[in-house]
Design a protein around this ligand. Structure first.
Ligand SMILES: [Zn+2]
Length: 146
């Protein structure tokens, strides 16, 4: 497999559904980070056929894993410290997501007014349904979000 160099300290997000690597990049706001970030698209995977991988070289504690689980709960998070893999885990769906997605209801206060936090709560974990904290509108994935 393509190797974009080992990282000494940071996280490797593995088993991302092919095509969602850029979505991770976008929602985690990695463009704003100063640290090295590598996105590998369409890596070969025995289990998945194709997958994306994201490597972020930074303090693992500073990364918001809730966002990762929301975008793709099947992602494996590998935490690397001093060049060693110290933890490998899946992240459960967050109970709440803040400022990651936006409400689609045109009458929602978050659509009308500026500067309000976009908050969603997990309404149904089995079906992965999130609702707006303010108007209860169900969040549905938009093509443009991915
Ligand atoms: Zn709303």
């Amino acid at each position: 497999m393509l190797n974009v160099g080992k990282i000494e300290n940071g996280i490797v997000l593995d088993h991302i559904h092919a095509g969602r690597g850029m979505s991770i990049y976008h929602h985690m706001e990695l463009s704003k980070m100063e640290c090295p970030v590598a996105i590998i698209k369409n890596a070969r995977s025995n289990a998945m056929g194709k997958k994306d991988i994201v490597k972020i070289e930074t303090d693992a504690d500073s990364i918001n894993l809730d966002v990762i689980a929301f975008i793709d709960p099947d992602i494996t998070v590998n935490i690397i410290k001093d060049g060693e893999l110290i933890e490998k885990k899946r992240v459960p769906l967050p109970k709440e997501i803040k400022n990651v997605i936006k409400c689609n209801n045109p009458r929602c206060i978050t659509t009308i007014e500026q500067g309000i936090q976009h908050m969603f709560y997990l309404a149904d974990s089995r079906r992965k349904i999130y609702r707006c904290e303010y108007c209860d509108e169900k969040y549905t994935e938009q093509e443009s979000d991915w």
